[in-house]
Design a protein around this ligand. Sequence first.
Ligand code: NAD
Ligand code: IPM
Ligand code: MG
Length: 362
Amino acid sequence: MSDYKLAVLAGDGIGPEVMVEAKKVLAAVSNKFDLKFELNEYDVGGIAIDNHGQALPPATLKGCEDADAILFGSIGGPKWDNLPLEQRPERAALLALRGHFDLFSNLRPAKIYKGLENFSPLRADIAAKGFDVLVVRELTSGIYFGQPKGLEGEGEEEFAFDTMRYTRAEIRRIAISAFEAAQKRNKKVTSVDKANVLVCSRLWREVTEEVAQDYPEVELEHIYIDNAAMQLIRDPSQYDVMLCSNLFGDIISDECAMITGSMGLLPSASINSDGYGMYEPAGGSAPDIAGKGIANPIAQILSLSMLLRFSLNEVAAADAIDTAVTKTLSDGILTGELLTPENRDQAKSTSQVGDYVASLIA
Ligand SMILES: NC(=O)c1ccc[n+]([C@@H]2O[C@H](COP(=O)([O-])OP(=O)(O)OC[C@H]3O[C@@H](n4cnc5c(N)ncnc54)[C@H](O)[C@@H]3O)[C@@H](O)[C@H]2O)c1
Ligand SMILES: CC(C)[C@H](C(=O)O)[C@@H](O)C(=O)O
Ligand SMILES: [Mg+2]
């Protein structure tokens, strides 16, 4: 009898490569903490289009519904880029899963790890001030979920539009996620918007201010997205929790990932109000490095840790993974994209990094 049932959706590109490493780490924690997992693997994304004619086959969705949580890899790639938008893996599978399970609260924690200070692209004196930010991104509304319209009109008058739409309730619940997180961290929320031009952002500010009344010990500041993007390079140590709408959070989280040294270090949790969640690296299928055995598996491994912590409440197992990852990085067990050209010959492969993390847990 298993303690937990997980739906494992490795997807495309580097997804299956890094998922192998997360499963090694899961085997190590299940052994150490005497936990039993039933892992059920399903096709999703481009591979599902190839095998079943659709990016999110009914069996995959049913498998996710029957599971305690979803461990997701990444999807998409050049092979499927020319499909109509509605059939593309990104919309037809990823956004569909986020919407179906109402996974509105997307947590993306980024920090410069000990030992990686010299591998951040930030200037050394700026990196030395430290960087530890949680991006709290609204994930099931905004411009991603506003009704898209097909092309209309003709010739030079032909047009397309996407709609950004937020309700008070949608803003309120993600703001609460951010304030709850800030309360457990450094008690500061920076809300990122474009309230100088967007009416959605005006509402965003108003509701965020209302929510702040319930958290008097948490400081709230507002910043425009363009300034935030700049300030993150100038002095990212000033931020703790960054609260963002769907599109702004997508952009800011990639920037935060790169400040840490690599896209391959940023995990994410996408959670609904029942605690059910999907856990995936914030980066994509990385077609440029897929199949070479060089992808960084840390984001996938940390996504597993977030799954254990947030959906299963297996805190000791999650802590063990986080500790092992921290030691792996400070021991210099690094994939090549983190390294500088001079020391790239010391790069470890995807599986060497996964083996090392797992060995520290065993
Ligand atoms: N959650 C997801 O499934 C997800 C997220 C983002 C992008 N995508 C999709 O992935 C495809 C490629 O998108 P993209 O190239 O814009 O973004 P990407 O995140 O896949 O890659 C951007 C850059 O980061 C690098 N990178 C990403 N993850 C890495 C890792 N683990 N280790 C080392 N380097 C890593 C890549 O090599 C590339 O140079 C697109 O189809 C996109 O829509 C999917
Ligand atoms: C693939 C894409 C739809 C997705 C997003 O924009 O949400 C990705 O970039 C992410 O950050 O999870
Ligand atoms: Mg993104």
